[in-house]
Ligand binder design. Structure first.
Ligand SMILES: Cc1cc2nc3c(=O)[nH]c(=O)nc-3n(C[C@H](O)[C@H](O)[C@H](O)COP(=O)(O)OP(=O)(O)OC[C@H]3O[C@@H](n4cnc5c(N)ncnc54)[C@H](O)[C@@H]3O)c2cc1C
Ligand code: FES
Length: 286
C-alpha cells in the first residue's frame, strides 16, 4: 500500500507534491516575498502561495500562525482576509494593522521566512452577473478586505466606486488598487468628510445616478448601519464582511458567534464558517 502523507503535515510551497485534491482547505508554508511598512501602523505582506490558497475567493480569509513577538507562546492563529490575489504570479497579499501580540509577531517575518497559513476559510462575497455598478465602502482594516471583490468586479467589467473612510489621507489604504477598477472617493476625519451625513449624501448621489446595483462594506458599524438603511429604502442588495475575534476559525469552538436577524427572528451564527460575509439586511450592529 502506498504511504499517505501525515494528514497534518503542512503543504510546503515549491516543495510538496499536490495531495488531497478534493479538500479545498490546507495548512500551507508560504515563503515571504516582500514585507513592508506602508505607514506607521500597517504592513503589506506578499507571499508565494499554493494552488489551493490561490483559489481563495473575495472576502474569504486565512488563519495565520504568527511568530511570537516576545519570549511567550502565541497559541491562537489570527484571521486575516486577503488584500490582493495575483494568480498569474502565484502570489497573495495581505494588508494588516499591527494592534497586538499576533500582528506584531507577524510583523517580524522577513523575506524568505515561511508563513504558516490555514485556508482559504469562510464564505466570501458574491457578485451577480446583472450587477454592472457596485459601491464598496470600507474603513480602517476593512479597506483591505474590499480589495479582492473590487479586483473581481474589474475583471468582469463591473464599475466600482470605492469610498475609503480613514483618519487622514495616509490611512486611506489601497487607493491605487481601487483606482484601477473605478472611482475612488476618500472621506477623511482630518477634513470632516468622513461624517455619516456626508457619506450618506455621496451614496444617495450614486443611487440617483444608477451607479449602485449592490453595496459592499467592511470595517465600521456606523457605515454598515448607513448602507443597511439606504439599501432597505432603495431596494439595493448588500453584503457585509464581519470582523470578529476568532479562535479555531473552522467552526467547532463557537468563539465567533454573533446575533443576526432573519425574517424578524434572531439567529446565532458563527462568523468563521457561516461568514465572514453576510447579507447586509440580516446583520446587526456591534
Ligand atoms: C475574517 C477576518 C478578516 C480580517 N482581516 C483583516 C485584515 O485584512 N487586516 C487587518 O489588519 N485585520 C484583519 N482582521 C483583524 C485581525 O484578525 C486582528 O487585528 C488580529 O487578530 C489582532 O490580533 P493581535 O494578536 O495582533 O491583537 P490582540 O492583542 O489579539 O488584539 C488587539 C485588538 O484587536 C482586537 N482583535 C483581536 N482579534 C480580532 C479579530 N479577529 N477581529 C477584530 N478585532 C480583533 C482585540 O479585541 C483588541 O482590541 C480580520 C479579522 C477577521 C475576523
Ligand atoms: S472561531 Fe471557532 S467556531 Fe468560529
Amino acid at each position: 500500500m502506498q504511504a499517505e502523507p501525515f494528514t497534518t503535515a503542512p503543504f510546503v510551497v515549491g516543495k510538496s507534491p499536490a495531495t488531497n485534491d478534493h479538500i479545498p482547505i490546507e495548512e500551507t508554508l508560504c515563503p515571504v516575498l516582500s514585507h513592508e511598512w506602508v505607514n506607521a501602523e500597517y504592513k503589506h505582506l506578499i507571499v508565494e502561495a499554493s494552488p489551493k490558497a490561490l483559489a481563495v475567493r473575495p472576502g474569504q480569509f486565512f488563519n495565520l500562525l504568527c511568530p511570537s513577538p516576545d519570549s511567550g507562546e502565541l497559541w491562537l492563529r489570527r484571521p486575516q482576509s486577503v488584500y490582493r490575489i495575483d494568480r498569474p504570479k502565484g502570489r497573495l497579499e495581505f494588508l494588516y494593522k499591527c494592534v497586538g501580540r499576533g500582528t506584531n509577531g507577524l510583523a517580524t517575518l522577513r523575506h524568505g521566512d515561511d508563513l504558516n497559513m490555514v485556508g482559504p476559510l469562510g464564505i466570501g462575497f458574491t457578485l451577480k452577473p446583472e450587477w454592472k455598478n457596485i459601491v464598496v465602502l470600507g474603513r480602517g482594516v476593512g479597506l483591505a478586505t474590499m480589495g479582492p471583490i473590487s479586483q473581481l468586479a474589474g475583471e468582469n467589467g463591473v464599475k466600482v466606486t470605492a469610498i475609503l473612510s480613514a483618519r487622514s489621507r495616509e490611512f486611506a489604504l489601497g487607493a491605487d488598487l481601487f483606482a484601477q477598477v473605478g472611482d475612488v472617493i476618500p472621506v477623511l476625519d482630518s477634513d470632516g468628510t468622513s461624517a455619516v451625513e456626508n457619506v450618506e449624501a455621496i451614496l444617495k448621489r450614486l443611487i440617483a445616478d444608477q451607479r449602485a446595483d449592490a453595496f459592499y462594506t467592511c470595517g465600521s458599524n456606523r457605515l454598515m448601519q448607513l448602507m443597511k438603511r439606504l439599501g432597505k429604502e432603495h431596494g439595493i442588495p448588500g453584503q457585509v464582511a464581519m470582523e470578529q475575534v476568532m479562535a479555531c476559525g473552522l467552526g467547532p469552538c463557537y468563539v465567533c458567534v454573533r446575533t443576526f436577524e432573519v425574517d424578524g427572528k434572531k439567529e446565532l451564527r458563527r462568523v468563521c464558517i457561516d461568514g465572514p460575509v453576510f447579507d447586509l439586511q440580516e446583520a446587526l450592529g456591534w
